[in-house]
Design a protein around this ligand. Structure first.
Ligand code: HEM
Length: 500
């Protein structure tokens, strides 16, 4: 996995732009978006081989404007860099750009049979409806409220214990949070926070931290793997052994672990022990989508993966910024206390109370977007964007990072300023202040859960402790894997505030 780590976010785009089947090339165009100069045969591929390609895309947009074309091997890719043109593509022109275009690694892992990977069709619509009804929609989320509250309380207890046991050493926040958050994902998806499971193919019990690695971390690392053959379909007959070995090993391990987890829950259900969770919902509903065991496995794996990964990434970045900005932290704490007094923040606090702790989340989703480049799309009908002709057969990248760093849309975009969401035009209940969750019909299905978990968890953590970064960690903002996970786990010094 080390080599994948080194590929970093560079691979995200490389993989994303490369993961395309051979299709007809766009026709010659007179009113095409400007093209970024590149080299013969490889096009712009050599310019994308770095850790943060979304930065390169943003830089190019300063010269070429918010929409331009690049070449990745034989393929033309239109790159969008402003909120206006991104929304035009995702909302107004959706009927011409509704197809996903995942790279090979994602297609293999998902079989294109999960909500996020499927093209927009009857299967996708029904599958999205199912995950909303069974786990992520407003009513379903109410059923998991206790589980979320227990999770947050458990993190706080562990943090207090660590601080009491060793008040002088910084602690690794990720290590504490990941176990509890993954437990929440397992409970919502399977009905049980599993501490270990016997996996036949491994010949042993697999503990929870390894389950997380197999089901979440390794998958997110695979998602950034680029197979160079994808840029040159005429070379697809050549072997790429290291790519295939890494991908198929990770896939086999994921399948083995998921089957063991599902087997255990099927035994529970057979004993008559129904639980409120996505798995029981899917089986009870006996959905026509559940054509085989593999489909059930894919749906459940998606729900575990999506709810554990992005929420971890986001929470860590919010707390990093809070710890790095003591004045803003104190102001946030004061605002929360004014509304809640000595009482712990709760999810159903009136908007006044939801306000202060929602703002750091929105601002972090802007500055550290967990998905800096949206899942790639494919233009299947001739269309226009920002006045340019974009023909069928073009691939599309939407650079959320550039949209969020646009000085025309955001004052001082490089700075973390939660207060920018104060005042008119920003409703607290609005989850879509930025493009962090995408937009239009393919918008994130889990945004409510993300808000429920992250905003309340962060507010409660700030009520309990004064947060400070470990000395020297102030500028450590590198990222890795498909979603922008902090490269260095967050290490903090915590001082209990003595709230209760
Ligand atoms: C802060 C946390 C999160 C962020 C930033 C985030 C971001 C995103 C983004 C950018 C997309 C793609 C949207 C597009 O292509 O236009 C997406 C899709 C999706 N997300 Fe999230 N997500 C988060 C949390 C979650 C959670 C907790 C779940 C729960 C399982 C989830 C489930 C999904 C699903 C199922 C899709 C596919 C929707 C579709 O293709 O129609 N997400 N998310």
């Amino acid at each position: 996995m080390e080599s994948l780590l080194a590929a970093g976010a560079g691979g995200v785009v490389a993989a994303a732009v490369g993961g395309l089947v051979a299709v007809a090339q766009p026709k010659n165009r007179s009113n095409a978006p400007p093209a970024i100069p590149g080299l013969p045969i490889i096009g712009n591929l050599h310019q994308l081989n770095e850790t943060k390609p979304h930065h390169t895309f943003a830089k190019w947009s300063k010269t070429y404007g918010p929409i331009y074309t690049i070449k990745t091997g034989v393929f033309s890719v239109v790159v969008l860099n402003s909120t206006e043109v991104a929304k035009e593509a995702m909302v107004e022109k959706f009927s011409s750009i509704s197809t996903r275009n995942w790279p090979k690694a994602m297609s293999v892992l998902t079989d294109n049979r999960i909500v996020a990977a499927s093209d927009y069709n009857d299967f996708q619509k029904m599958a999205k409806r199912n995950i909303m009804m069974g786990m992520l929609g407003f009513n379903a989320q109410k059923q998991f409220r206790d589980t979320r509250e227990k999770m947050i309380s458990s993190v706080i207890r562990t943090l207090h214990k660590l601080v009491t046991d060793d008040p002088h050493s910084p602690l690794n926040f990720r290590e504490v949070y990941i176990t509890e958050l993954f437990g929440l994902s397992l409970t919502q998806s399977l009905g049980e926070d599993v501490s270990s499971v016997y996996v036949e193919e491994f010949g042993r019990d697999v503990p929870k931290d390894e389950l997380f690695h197999v089901l979440v971390h390794d998958m997110m690392m695979c998602a950034v793997m680029a197979d160079w053959r994808e840029y040159f379909p005429y070379l697809s007959w050549l072997p790429n052994k290291s790519f295939e070995t890494t991908l198929f090993t990770a896939q086999a391990r994921r399948d083995a672990v998921m089957h063991a987890l599902i087997k255990r829950q099927k035994e529970r259900i057979a004993r008559g022990e129904a639980r409120i969770c996505y798995m029981d919902f899917l089986l009870e509903k006996n959905s026509t989508l559940l054509t085989d065991d593999h489909q059930l496995m894919l749906f459940l794996w998606e729900s575990i993966l999506a709810s554990a990964d992005t929420v971890l990434v986001t929470t860590e970045w919010v707390l990093y910024e809070i710890a790095k900005n003591p004045d803003k932290q104190e102001r946030l704490h004061q605002e929360i206390q004014e509304v809640c007094g000595g009482r712990a923040v709760a999810e159903d606090d009136p908007p006044r109370a939801a306000g202060p702790h929602a703002r750091p989340l929105h601002e972090t989703l802007r500055l550290h977007s967990p998905v800096p480049v949206l899942p790639p799309r494919f233009v299947h009908d001739d269309t226009t964007l920002a006045g340019y002709d974009v023909p069928a057969g073009t691939r599309m990248m939407i650079n959320v990072y550039a949209c969020h760093m646009d000085g025309g849309a955001w004052d001082s975009p490089e700075e973390w300023l939660p207060e920018r969401f104060l005042g008119e035009g920003f409703e607290v209940a609005d989850r879509y202040k930025t493009l962090a969750f995408g937009a239009g019909k393919r918008i994130c299905a889990g945004s409510l859960q993300a808000m429920n978990v992250v905003s309340v968890a962060v507010a409660r953590f700030v009520q309990e402790f004064r947060w400070a970064l470990r000395e020297g960690d102030g500028g450590k903002e590198d990222t890795m894997q498909f979603t922008a996970l902090k490269l260095e786990p967050l290490h903090v010094r915590l001082e209990p505030r003595g709230r209760v």
